[in-house]
Design a protein around this ligand. Structure first.
Ligand code: CO
Length: 208
């Protein structure tokens, strides 16, 4: 990638926006009011805005390796708090993707240095669901299923935070678990039954 060309392309983008609407950036500078918090993978192929047809201002975005939301990740906790308490987003989306390098790396029993504590979050997802995952003999299908289950577990982690619990109960917020099928470009809604999940974990995780 030619870094210098980025500035040329940026100028072309600015010109195109101004051509359509001379007040575009003046309006953008006034502030943001996104409806969606998007939590996804850092993978360079999974571009949140482009694949969702979203514009600047539509999504509040948080991306990390394999879209993981550990409660010790102060950045993730701050993003969730800010999105709900200050931006009043109506939807939280956790979006994984097939062929996720982070998920694949987590499946290798290997010392990966500083990646170990991060990938352990996914290794723990595998441990939680290992009976089901081990019953899938096809390796690609097993990886795909782990990607889906990782999304489900990270949605549950989102639901363990008090601000999400309050907004969810007040019907101000919906949580969505999605997977991008990188082989087709299509977003799959995993249709996770959060009501059932919340019910089953409320005994220990209900904070409010
Ligand atoms: Co990934």
């Amino acid at each position: 990638m030619d870094i210098a060309k980025i500035f040329v392309d940026n100028e072309a983008w600015v010109a195109e926006k101004l051509d359509r609407d001379p007040g575009y950036f003046t309006q953008l500078a006034k502030g943001q009011d996104p409806d969606v918090l998007y939590i996804g993978c850092s993978d360079s192929r999974v571009t949140a805005e482009e694949m969702m047809g979203a514009k600047p201002g539509d999504l509040f975005v948080y991306r990390n390796i394999a879209n993981v939301i550990p409660n010790t990740d102060i950045s993730a906790m701050a993003v969730i708090h800010y999105a709900i308490e200050f931006l009043h987003v109506k939807h939280v989306v956790v979006c994984g993707h097939y062929e996720c390098g982070g998920v694949k790396a987590a499946m290798q029993p290997k010392d990966l240095g500083v990646l170990n504590p991060w990938l352990r979050n996914i290794r723990d997802v595998y441990r939680l669901h290992h009976d089901h995952l081990d019953s899938i003999s096809d390796e690609t299908k097993r990886y795909d299923r782990l990607v889906e289950l990782n999304v489900q577990e990270q949605c549950i982690n989102v639901l363990k935070t008090p601000e999400v619990q309050i907004a969810y109960r007040n019907n101000q917020l919906t949580v969505h678990g999605w997977v991008l099928n990188i082989r087709t470009g299509r977003i799959i809604d995993l249709d996770i039954n959060f009501e059932k999940i919340i019910e089953s974990i409320s005994e220990i995780y209900r904070l409010t």
